[in-house]
Ligand binder design. Structure first.
Ligand code: XMP
Length: 325
């Protein structure tokens, strides 16, 4: 168990020693691990670090804005913000198979990241937010597995032709230690204690073909759900966001009939998913208060034109997975 100020001082020292005057690039996803790695490496080497943030058009509402505010504005980190939404949507057009969608998103991500990092000609290091459980997990998968780029960081398969050495300053830390480190480095508590978000993003939460129109509707519905979870406490004064391990909205590309005022509507359906779990291998659906569910449903239907029905997913894992695809 580390004393954080001491840990930071030691880690900073060791990063400086390792990279010297070299330049480092890091794929910033907005997730906890890459964010904490960025903050730590920036503390150590400042402007020698450049982060690349790839927006594939399948991120949560205002995610890009949030990342730029937190890192570029507040911390003064160099961040290249790549808007690749059109490229991703183009490649996803007409594709409905979940695994095919994942593959395309992963492949395009690598493509974009490679193009951007090739522009940083002096970079010698690729930094990653690999944490101890990732090291253990990949140890069983071949002798160099721990040194390959972890797939759920979305840079899976980043070709070795990039010719960069790996810098992984969180390799010895467990998730809870990474979070403490993040807070000690000045990252907001709410950011560091966020639910996990999958690399393929809304791509696996829009069933079937991914379209920008669907992603835009889903983003707004999801933001309402998360906002209500953050604003609603149980009788122990804990928010429902903190009481759940992961919560999100899912877009169902089916239309159902509704009434609005004195008119008939025929619009899409959103499913809400909220689970409680220790390890994400098994999970229970969260028993959210009915009032909370009712409020979320009303708000989504009133505020997001194009959605006229909201349902709640009451499936455990197994047999259902947490994501719908
Ligand atoms: P499932 O749906 O398999 O999800 O029960 C378990 C956990 O893994 C996350 N997940 C992913 N994360 N890339 C990721 O980075 C993926 O392709 C992916 N699929 C699922 C999911 O959000 C949950 O936390």
């Amino acid at each position: 168990d580390w004393n954080m100020p001491d840990y930071i001082a030691e880690a900073v020292e060791s990063i400086r020693k390792q990279v010297g005057s070299d330049e480092v690039i890091l794929g910033l996803s907005g997730g906890v691990d890459s964010s904490v790695a960025a903050a730590l490496i920036h503390r150590a080497i400042g402007d020698q670090l450049t982060c690349v943030f790839v927006d594939h058009g399948l991120l949560r509402l205002d995610e890009g804005k949030m990342v730029m505010e937190m890192f570029a504005q507040n911390l003064g980190v160099k961040v290249i913000h790549v808007d690749a939404a059109a490229q991703f949507m183009g490649h996803l057009a007409g594709v409905t198979d979940p695994e095919a969608k994942r593959k395309i998103i992963g492949r395009e991500f690598v493509e974009v990241f490679q193009v951007e990092s090739a522009k940083l000609k002096n970079a010698k290091w690729l930094a990653q937010g690999t944490i101890y459980p990732d090291v253990i997990e990949s140890a069983g998968k071949g002798k160099n597995a721990a040194h390959t780029i972890k797939s759920h960081h979305n840079v899976g398969g980043l070709p070795e032709t990039l010719n960069l050495q790996l810098l992984e300053p969180l390799r010895e830390l467990f998730k809870d230690e990474v979070r403490k480190l993040g807070v000690a480095l000045g990252l907001p508590h709410a950011m560091v204690y966020r639910h996990p978000f999958p690399g393929p993003g809304l791509g696996v939460r829009i069933l079937g073909e991914v379209k920008k129109e669907f992603a835009d509707l889903l983003r707004r519905a999801d933001a309402i759900f998360i906002e209500e979870l953050r604003n609603t406490k149980d009788d122990q004064d804990e928010t429902w966001y903190d009481k759940t391990s992961q919560a999100f909205a899912v877009f169902l590309p089916v239309k159902s009939v509704g009434v609005m005022g004195d008119g008939r509507t025929y619009e899409y359906v959103v499913a809400l998913r909220a689970v409680q779990t220790q390890d994400f291998m098994t999970a229970h659906w969260a028993h959210l208060p009915h009032e909370l569910l009712g409020r979320v449903s009303n708000r989504i239907i009133n505020e997001v034109r194009g959605i006229n029905r909201v349902v709640y997913d009451i499936s455990g894992k197994p047999p259902a997975t947490i994501e719908w695809e």
